[in-house]
Design a protein around this ligand. Structure first.
Ligand code: CP
Length: 380
């Protein structure tokens, strides 16, 4: 396949508007900006697959702090930074002085003076993660302004309490590749699924609801009673669906969501009231209460073990052949049957791999002046 023929157009005016920009929520960017970013990601994917060097940012430091576990996003950050010629450094956020009370602004200023990009994952406590990232970004910006330092040091949200932008953008890139005629009119089921492992953040389903509705798709959100998402993210999903000519609907039946679906994204998240209770317990550093809340969340999940993506449910989808998506890791035997996962093993790996190119694009649009011309050189 001649991949150069399929490369999307680069909108240089929109790319210029992204120079210096952080990505803290996808809803902060307009649809043209999202399209421009994904066009850059596709260019990087083609260049990397063709074996071209993409070292547009040599000798710069790409620092990332993770306040929660990660396999894929850490690896994608390191891989993206390395392919751009940057030096990736990943630290455990809980080993920084934030744990000892250093403010997010101070942390941003201290990291911003030495690094050239900053990734942050802070996703476990509602109301905290995105606020932390915005404060870090402010600390960096104010430091750079005070020092008349012209470096661009973008902050990249590597998952917060509201959104998981590098994941959902990777999902969108994969969906666009899988459905080359576009997502308009495609029915996409984003469903809660049973998990016995831990009370997972709300950010993936919220991010999907906010982003996929921009493509004219018919997005259906399904969950059992008590597993609602943050109101403002649902309001954004409705606004985006209205603007794109798609739709956003909700149901408490996984079967109903799967019926006739072109794509399904079944994954777990924690009960809303208990996720809210975690806020106060965490603020009080009450580890026993945090443990009690986690056990209560898993007990609540256990009342819904029938919310599994299995062969019967996949049979309800369009022609029984919907695309299965998951951000991974999936609880096999709980969120998804072993058979469905095996059937889509390569598809979910392709989906996961898109995050590498999304992060390359986020770093490059923010940091490389005249990116269109530079990309033309490396994709020639
Ligand atoms: N999907 C995802 O973000 O994976 P990690 O938690 O392993 O980074």
């Amino acid at each position: 396949m001649n991949t150069t023929l399929a490369l999307p157009h680069l909108d240089s005016a929109t790319l210029s508007s992204l120079y210096g920009r952080s990505l803290l929520l996808t809803r902060d960017w307009n649809s043209c900006e999202i399209d421009a970013l994904l066009a850059v990601a596709s260019r990087f994917e083609a260049a990397v697959r063709a074996g071209h060097s993409t070292a547009l940012l040599p000798d710069e430091l790409a620092y990332a702090m993770f306040f929660d576990n990660s396999t894929r996003t850490k690896s994608a950050w390191a891989g993206a930074a390395s392919r751009l010629g940057m030096r990736p450094v990943i630290v455990d956020g809980n080993s920084t002085q934030v744990e000892h009370g250093e403010t997010a602004e101070e942390t941003g200023a201290m990291l911003g003076m030495n690094s050239h990009a900053l990734g942050v994952r802070h996703d476990l406590i509602l109301g905290e993660g995105n606020r932390f990232m915005r404060a870090v970004e402010k600390g960096i910006r104010e430091y750079l302004e005070a020092m008349t330092d012209t470096r661009k040091v973008p902050v990249v949200n590597l998952q917060c309490d509201i959104d998981h932008p590098t994941q959902t953008l990777a999902d969108l890139l994969w969906l666009r590749e899988y459905f080359p005629d576009g997502l308009k009119g495609k029915r996409i089921a984003v469903s809660w699924a049973y998990s016995p492992s831990y009370a997972k953040p709300l950010s993936v389903p919220q991010g999907l609801a906010m982003l996929l509705t921009r493509s004219g798709a018919d997005v259906v959100l399904a969950h059992p009673p008590g597993y609602q998402l943050m109101d403002d993210t649902l309001a954004t999903a409705r606004q985006h669906a209205n603007a794109s000519g798609g739709s956003f609907s909700m149901t408490e039946s996984m079967d109903e969501a799967f019926a006739g679906a072109d794509a399904v994204y079944p994954k777990s998240w924690g009960p809303y009231d208990l996720m809210l209770e975690r806020v106060a317990a965490n603020a009080a550093r009450d580890k026993q209460r945090m443990g009690d809340i986690e056990r209560a969340a898993l007990a609540r999940n256990a009342a819904h073990t029938d919310w599994i993506c299995d062969e019967r449910r996949m049979g309800l989808t369009k022609n029984g052949k919907a695309l299965y998506l998951h951000c991974l890791p999936a609880d096999i035997g709980a969120e998804v049957s072993a058979g469905v996962m095996e059937q889509h093993r390569v598809n979910v790996a392709r989906e996961a791999n898109k995050k590498l190119y999304v992060i390359m694009a986020l770093l490059a649009v923010a940091k490389v002046p005249d990116l269109g011309a530079r990309l033309a050189e490396v994709t020639r």
